[in-house]
Design a binder for this molecule. Structure first.
Ligand SMILES: *[C@@H]1O[C@H](CO)[C@@H](O)[C@H](O)[C@H]1NC(C)=O
Ligand SMILES: *[C@@H]1O[C@H](CO)[C@@H](O)[C@H](O)[C@H]1NC(C)=O
Ligand SMILES: *[C@@H]1O[C@H](CO)[C@@H](O)[C@H](O)[C@H]1NC(C)=O
Ligand SMILES: *[C@@H]1O[C@H](CO)[C@@H](O)[C@H](O)[C@H]1NC(C)=O
Ligand SMILES: *[C@@H]1O[C@H](CO)[C@@H](O)[C@H](O)[C@H]1NC(C)=O
Length: 341
């Protein structure tokens, strides 16, 4: 009898561990609340990286790190998780939050850059790439090894084979080299060529900055970047910097081909905010581009500003190049889990 009981016990244990080791293949068990995961749309497929299994219903293992894919070309519903396909991110790839997820012009590769470690920060190895065709992960070879920054603003511009990151900082969540509460703010901007793997450090006219949003407008020879919002630290490198939110009556505009920054006055009104999303829409009636900001929170009160949707830059000062119109591009930074359409 004792023998039977212990056999039963062993059986139960192995069933339990089998259950725990289950790796999910889609979100049929339900959605989770998650934040600051990397997101991008490539070839009409939405990719979301760094979804922690510990937060996902049906999975209890916080060591699991998922990539979720949703085909936007067919109908889907946020009530039905089956179409949200999941695969485990290679365990060699560090688990990071707040990463940028970029893509190449050929729609074959995703790149992750930046962000902060949830556990102990390990030595930064650089960018990781995901090859869509075979689902493989590998370390990207780059011209110079970039440092890992978090809290910057970033945008993907696959049509010109580039991705950009402005501002942000290093701290003990990004590098083991910092062991106290020092925050080392970046100056300038990074350009990553998604075809050649070339990393270029570009100057920016503004002081170190965190957060804010960067969008790409396909105007002129190579397009322009627009940076809005953000908070400026009182010291570039140190402890206990105080942060001052930027005004919203202007935006920084970068002409990519000319490598020049402009301070552009904005029209419209928008409630000052932090950690928001920004998207670009072409207004067909006026052929202008409008930058919308969505969500985020009031910097001081921390009240969230969900679902606020305000146009801030009816952008007419630079006329779109109508001879060879570039495709409309929407930039996304997603802070909520359920995507909307
Ligand atoms: C949790 O996930 C990690 C990484 O995917 C795996 O190595 C480990 O075996 C899993 N643990 C359990 C209890 O399933
Ligand atoms: C890549 O995907 C975008 C849509 O996300 C599409 O407009 C573009 O034509 C695709 N490029 C190639 C080379 O397939
Ligand atoms: C990236 O490299 C490709 C190939 O050399 C080049 O054609 C493209 O213009 C580069 N992109 C930018 C933004 O410089
Ligand atoms: C930072 O602020 C903390 C809490 O107010 C204080 O204890 C510490 O001495 C400050 N450190 C520096 C370097 O200013
Ligand atoms: C940009 O110009 C606006 C006025 O149009 C001014 O208020 C703002 O301080 C300028 N920004 C910087 C960083 O110089």
């Amino acid at each position: 009898m004792a023998w039977l009981m212990s056999l039963g016990f062993v059986h139960l244990v192995s069933l339990l561990s089998l259950g725990e080791a289950k790796v999910l293949s889609d979100l049929s068990d339900g959605f989770c609340r998650s934040y600051t995961f990397g997101a991008n749309i490539v070839n009409d497929v939405l990719y979301m990286v760094d979804l922690d299994g510990g937060l996902i219903p049906g999975d209890t293992n916080s060591s699991n790190n998922y990539l979720v894919q949703l085909d936007l070309s067919s109908s889907f519903s946020t009530d039905d998780g089956e179409k949200y396909k999941m695969s485990l991110v290679d365990s060699e790839v560090p688990k990071i939050k707040g990463q940028a997820l970029w893509s190449d012009k050929a729609n074959t590769t995703l790149f992750t850059y930046g962000g902060n470690y949830l556990d102990v920060a390990s030595v930064d190895q650089g960018l990781w790439t995901y090859t869509i065709a075979d689902g493989s992960w590998k370390l990207q070879q780059t011209s110079i090894k970039p440092v890992r920054l978090q809290g910057g603003a970033y945008v993907d511009a696959p049509q010109i084979q580039a991705a950009y990151w402005v501002g942000g900082f290093q701290n003990s969540d990004t590098t083991p080299a910092i062991t106290d509460s020092t925050v080392d703010y970046a100056t300038g901007m990074i350009q990553f060529n998604t075809t050649t793997g070339t990393f270029t450090q570009l100057d920016a006219p503004f002081a170190p900055v965190q957060q804010g949003a960067l969008v790409y407008l396909p105007i002129g020879e190579k397009g322009v970047l627009v940076f809005v919002g953000g908070e400026v630290p009182s010291i570039q490198n140190g402890i206990n910097a105080t942060l001052t939110p930027n005004q919203w009556n202007y935006a920084w505009v970068y002409d990519i081909a000319g490598n020049k920054w402009y301070n552009q006055t904005t029209t419209g009104s928008v409630a000052s905010r932090t950690q928001f999303c920004a998207v670009v829409e072409k207004d067909l009636s006026t052929s202008s581009y409008q930058v919308y900001v969505i969500g985020g929170a009031d910097y001081k009160s921390k009240d969230s500003l969900t679902d606020v949707y305000v146009p801030i830059i009816p952008y007419r000062t630079i006329q779109p190049n109508t001879d060879s119109p570039a495709p409309i591009y929407r930039s996304h930074r997603s802070n909520g889990f359920k995507p909307r359409r």
